[in-house]
Design a protein around this ligand. Structure first.
Ligand SMILES: Cc1cc2nc3c(=O)[nH]c(=O)nc-3n(C[C@H](O)[C@H](O)[C@H](O)COP(=O)(O)O)c2cc1C
Length: 171
């Protein structure tokens, strides 16, 4: 069982080609449960998630962030947001929300779907325009959009283990 989980981690890749098929709401909920199971500083959970299935919204996101073209055939986008006002340990929301993003990517892969993490923050222009597009409260930051869909491509695992980056006791 645990080897299976390690295999999920080691075989996850960014999937950018999707069939355009829908994903059941129960599976989307599983992805969000995985997101909210992430660790966060002081357990502050500063996140919000905007689930978008609208083709019109996806077109607009593609205009705002040109490296999100895979949204065209995606079943959904999950815009991972942070509300800094929810922080009880200020300064950690980027780390907290990134942990949630990785949990989503792993859950997506474990469920047999594909996803790509597409960055928004810290690009001010993208943050401003996505905030406006999705009616986010003014203090809320969109960290990224995760394009999720039924995969229409297969990618081999990418072995990036690099012994040179490992230090024992001291650098
Ligand atoms: C912070 C961040 C921002 C990223 N932004 C984009 C993006 O805008 N568009 C995209 O296609 N991939 C994006 N990626 C995905 C990376 O390109 C990808 O993870 C990396 O090339 C490694 O490939 P893999 O995910 O298949 O292992 C982003 C990844 C991270 C962590």
């Amino acid at each position: 069982m645990s080897q299976e989980f390690i295999d999920i981690i080691l075989s996850r890749r960014s999937i950018r080609k999707f069939t355009g098929e829908d994903i059941p709401d129960a599976d989307i909920k599983t992805m969000l449960e995985a997101a909210m199971a992430a660790p966060s500083a002081c357990n502050q959970q500063p996140w919000h998630f905007v689930v978008s299935k609208s083709k019109e919204t996806h077109e607009k996101i593609m205009e705002i962030q040109p490296y999100t073209k895979m949204l065209k055939n995606a079943a959904l986008g999950i815009i991972v947001c942070a509300d800094p006002e929810l922080q009880t340990c200020p300064g950690y929301w980027q780390q907290d929300c990134s942990a949630a993003v990785e949990n989503i990517l792993l859950a997506v892969h474990a469920l047999g779907y594909g996803a790509t993490w597409c960055g928004l923050y810290p690009n001010d222009d993208r943050v401003y325009k996505i905030r406006k597009l999705l009616d986010l409260p003014k203090q809320v930051f969109p960290l990224c959009v995760i394009a999720v869909g039924v995969p229409d491509e297969e990618k081999p695992p990418s072995d990036r283990y690099n012994e040179d980056r490992v230090h024992h006791e001291k650098w």
